[in-house]
Design a protein around this ligand. Structure first.
Ligand SMILES: Cc1ncc(COP(=O)(O)O)c(C=O)c1O
Length: 417
């Protein structure tokens, strides 16, 4: 396994192979600012959701139907009791929030972890609320990376959630894309020793975006052992922990907390993407340092968001209901994909279906473009990859409601004929 050389744009600059995104991603474009910009910014392509929003708006402006399987932003309403908890906590005088937030949100999360994984966490020392998991993922490298040191590698799954790469680049780390294929499981123990020796942070993500692959308890154990052997921070992104279909995926916290931080989110579990609320939990010593780090920019979720999060973490029924809604939509799509002979890879859990491009349909970007002609908005696999690992895949997010899924399937079926 090696880091694959990234392609170059027509100006000779390097950028990830995000085929939908090449025009904006080209660092040579629009760089006539009077101010000298951070050159690291040039390594970042346009964020995938920006591209998808633009495509969706374009189709709508042309009066065409849009079946939006693009951005993973659920349309099911946030449960009323969560909205009420939020509204009831907006105070007359809204003062600065603290990085730790009120203990009630940490206690509610600790109780959730006890119910879900059978584990005891200390709300005082092992848990912090975040403003969504994205910001934590972006900032976490600052905890372990010295940009002047030779050992400053961050390993992340490729394809994967693009913020692992973006956060690594902007903090001056050396990003190392661990190329996934086949079942799309990340096997950290297969990394070359020379990479592990210079690595300070390993990202894993189970259930995995975009493939829906799940790491077993054994996989997590092996991953943990490798990270401990090389004194690496193991960061486990578990933001889809409660979006599963057959059996609940295990957490890294079930293996150990030493040297480990696990990241959770209410975005999909509770339909709270707009609230920006997540949690980070794990090693108490690391958490103390993380707390200290987060006081510098003041990364502190608002108290009324924490109040809504307290309500959400305290209840599992709504998460169950949402899981069944996602499962129903998944069944509708899976039945059609099977009938059409389209291969679905991974997709054991999480919010996505990961489709291999059928023979004769070109790359994922070309197939996604073709599907767009019938109003089906998907994400080409390349949007999640720094290497070419996902060029022949597309991702469907389980976003449209049941009727929307059925209408999309009908449109797709007519197009197939
Ligand atoms: C793997 C993964 N991690 C983190 C996030 C960020 O989630 P949020 O910031 O909404 O908690 C996402 C969002 O889609 C994701 O797919």
């Amino acid at each position: 396994m090696q880091a694959v050389e990234r392609p170059k744009c027509k100006h000779g600059n390097v950028y990830p192979s995000l085929l939908f995104h090449t025009v904006d991603a080209c660092p040579g474009k629009g760089s006539s600012s009077a101010v000298r910009l951070n050159p690291l910014l040039q390594q970042l392509p346009t964020y995938p959701t920006v591209v998808l929003d633009r495509l969706r708006d374009q189709l709508r402006a042309e009066g065409k139907p849009v079946y939006d399987f693009g951005t993973g932003d659920p349309t099911e309403p946030t449960p009323a009791f969560i909205r009420e908890a939020f509204l009831a906590s907006v105070p007359e005088n809204c003062r600065y929030p603290t990085v730790r937030g009120d203990v009630s949100v940490r206690e509610a999360f600790a109780a959730y972890v006890q119910r879900r994984f059978g584990l005891s966490l200390d709300p005082e020392r092992q848990i912090l609320p975040t403003s969504g998991s994205k910001e934590l993922i972006f900032h976490l490298p600052l905890l372990v990376i010295d940009p002047a040191a030779p050992d400053r590698t961050i390993v992340f799954p490729d394809p994967g959630y693009s913020v692992y790469y973006r956060g690594a680049v902007l903090c001056g780390a050396e990003p190392y894309a661990q190329r996934l294929s086949g079942d799309f499981k990340q096997r950290v123990w297969e990394l070359p020793e020379e990479v592990l020796r210079r690595t300070r942070l390993v990202w894993i993500n189970s259930p995995h975006n975009p493939s829906g692959a799940v790491l077993s308890r054994d996989d997590l154990q092996r991953t943990y052992e490798v990270c401990r052997r090389y004194d690496i921070l193991l960061a486990s992104d578990e933001c889809y922990a409660d979006v599963w279909f057959d059996k609940p995926p295990p957490s890294i916290l079930e293996i150990a907390t030493e040297g480990v931080l696990a990241i959770f989110s209410l975005s999909k579990r509770s339909g709270m993407t707009g609230y920006r609320t997540g949690m980070v939990a794990g090693d108490a010593t690391l958490m103390a340092k993380l707390h200290q780090l987060r006081t510098n920019p003041g990364l502190a979720p608002q108290d009324f968001v924490n109040a809504a999060a307290t309500a959400a973490w305290s209840d599992d029924t709504h998460a169950d209901t949402r899981r069944h809604i996602f499962a129903r939509k998944r069944e509708i799509l899976m039945a059609f994909l099977e009938e059409a002979g389209i291969e679905v890879v991974g997709s054991e859990a999480g919010f996505y279906l990961w489709l291999r491009v059928p023979p004769g349909k070109g790359t994922g970007a070309e197939w996604a473009q073709e599907l767009l002609s019938v109003g089906i908005l998907s994400n080409p696999g390349a949007a999640f990859a720094v290497t070419d690992a996902a060029d022949n895949y597309i991702r469907l997010a389980l976003v449209p409601d049941e009727a929307g899924c059925k209408a999309a399937v009908d449109a797709w079926r007519r197009h197939q004929r």
